[in-house]
Design a protein around this ligand. Structure first.
Ligand SMILES: [Zn+2]
Length: 335
C-alpha cells in the first residue's frame, strides 16, 4: 500500500442527522452597533478574546458553537469576549429577510481572502465594493483589536479536524497547547488573498496578538459541531477568561478529557494551485494521508502530472473540485 492514514478512524458507526445551520435571528441585534457581533466584559482585567464563526457561510459548526455559548448565557470572568457571526448574508443564502436560501460560502468574494488591507479602524484601503468587503470593514475595528482570536471553520472533505496556525510562532504554540484538534498545520495561507489569521496583527515581525483557525471536520458532519464546541471551551480555558469550574463542568458534560494528548504538527512545504480547470486527484483523498514514497502520482492538472516531492509527504485539505488559480491541496512533513 502506497499510503496510509495517520488520523483516527473517521465517522460514527451509527448515522446521525447532518449538522444544520442554527436559527441565528435571536443574535441579530448584537450589542456592538454591528449586527451579529456581541461583546461581553468580565469583572477583572484580562485579554481581549475574539471568536469568529461563519467566515464562510456554508460552515455551520462555528455558528452552532457560538449559538450555544450565547444561549447558555456564558460570560467571561476576566477580560473581554467579542463573538462574531461573520458572513451571515451568505449563511442565509443572500436572503436575510424572508425565507433563507441555501447557505453559500460567499456572495461576492471569499471573506477569508480579504484581510490584507483590513485595518482596525475604517474600511480597508481600496476595498469598498462587494458585500464581503463591506462586512470586513465593519468587523475589522471589533476583531482586529483582539489579543487572542479563534476562527471556526469546516472542510469540504471528511478529513480529521486540524488547527491552522499560519507561520506565526505564537499561533503554533497556542495550537499545540490547545491540542484539540490533535493536528496542527503550519502553512503560508493562500496566493489569492490574505486570511484573517495572516493579518499583520497576528502574523509576521512585531505581531502583538495570536490567532488560529480551527477546521473542525466536514461541513455537515455532527462531529464538526462537537469539535467546534469542545475547541471553543478549551480555547476560552487557555485564555483564562472563563473560570476553571465552568470549564470543568462544560468538558464534563461532553465527556471530554481535561488534557488532550500532544498533537501532531505538520509543516506545509508546498501549496498546489490548479493551473487548469481540469485538476483531478487520482483517488479520493480525504486529507492527512501520508504518502510513503517520493514521486507518487497525486493528481493530473490538465496534462501535467503532480507527484509527491519527498517521502512521507502528508496531504492537507485536498479540495473536491478546484478551478484554475485555487489551492487544491497542501503538502507537508510531520515535525
Ligand atoms: Zn472555511
Amino acid at each position: 500500500m502506497m499510503w496510509d492514514r495517520l488520523g483516527p478512524p473517521l465517522g460514527p458507526a451509527t448515522p446521525q442527522p447532518p449538522l444544520a445551520m442554527p436559527d441565528l435571528r435571536a443574535h441579530r441585534a448584537g450589542n456592538t452597533g454591528v449586527p451579529y457581533v456581541w461583546r461581553f466584559e468580565g469583572k477583572a482585567e484580562g485579554p481581549h478574546v475574539a471568536v469568529v464563526a461563519l467566515m464562510h457561510g456554508n460552515e455551520p459548526c462555528g455558528a452552532v458553537a457560538l449559538d450555544r455559548l450565547l444561549r447558555r448565557g456564558l460570560r467571561p470572568t476576566r477580560g473581554t469576549w467579542t463573538l462574531a457571526f461573520a458572513n451571515t448574508d451568505a449563511a442565509a443564502g443572500g436572503r436575510l429577510f424572508g425565507p433563507a436560501g441555501t447557505p453559500a460560502r460567499y456572495l461576492d468574494q471569499d471573506m477569508n481572502r480579504l484581510w490584507a488591507g483590513a485595518r482596525a479602524s475604517g474600511p480597508p484601503p481600496g476595498h469598498t465594493h462587494g458585500r464581503e468587503q463591506a462586512r470586513v470593514a465593519a468587523l475589522a475595528p471589533l476583531i482586529l483589536t483582539a489579543d487572542l482570536l479563534l476562527d471556526l471553520h469546516s472542510m469540504q472533505v471528511p478529513s480529521p479536524a486540524l488547527t491552522l496556525c499560519g507561520r506565526s510562532p505564537q499561533g503554533r504554540a497556542l495550537a499545540v497547547r490547545l491540542a484539540d484538534p490533535g493536528w496542527v498545520v503550519a502553512d503560508d495561507g493562500h496566493a489569492d488573498g490574505r486570511r484573517l489569521i495572516d493579518h499583520p496583527r497576528f502574523c509576521g515581525p512585531g505581531a502583538e496578538a495570536t490567532a488560529i483557525l480551527m477546521e473542525c471536520g466536514q461541513h455537515a458532519s455532527p462531529a464538526a459541531g462537537a469539535q467546534a464546541w469542545r475547541g471553543l471551551i478549551r480555547f476560552l480555558a487557555l485564555s483564562e477568561t472563563l473560570d476553571a469550574a465552568t470549564v470543568r463542568t462544560l468538558l464534563g458534560e461532553i465527556n471530554a478529557p481535561a488534557l488532550p494528548p500532544r498533537p501532531t504538527v505538520v509543516d506545509v512545504t508546498h501549496a498546489i494551485q490548479a493551473q487548469t480547470d481540469e485538476f483531478a486527484f487520482v483517488r479520493p483523498f480525504q486529507g492527512l494521508e501520508r504518502i510513503a514514497t517520493a514521486g507518487t502520482l497525486l493528481a493530473l492538472d490538465g496534462k501535467q502530472a503532480i507527484h509527491t516531492p519527498y517521502d512521507d509527504c502528508v496531504l492537507v485539505m485536498p479540495t473536491r473540485s478546484a478551478r484554475r488559480g485555487q489551492t487544491t491541496v497542501r503538502l507537508g512533513r510531520v515535525l
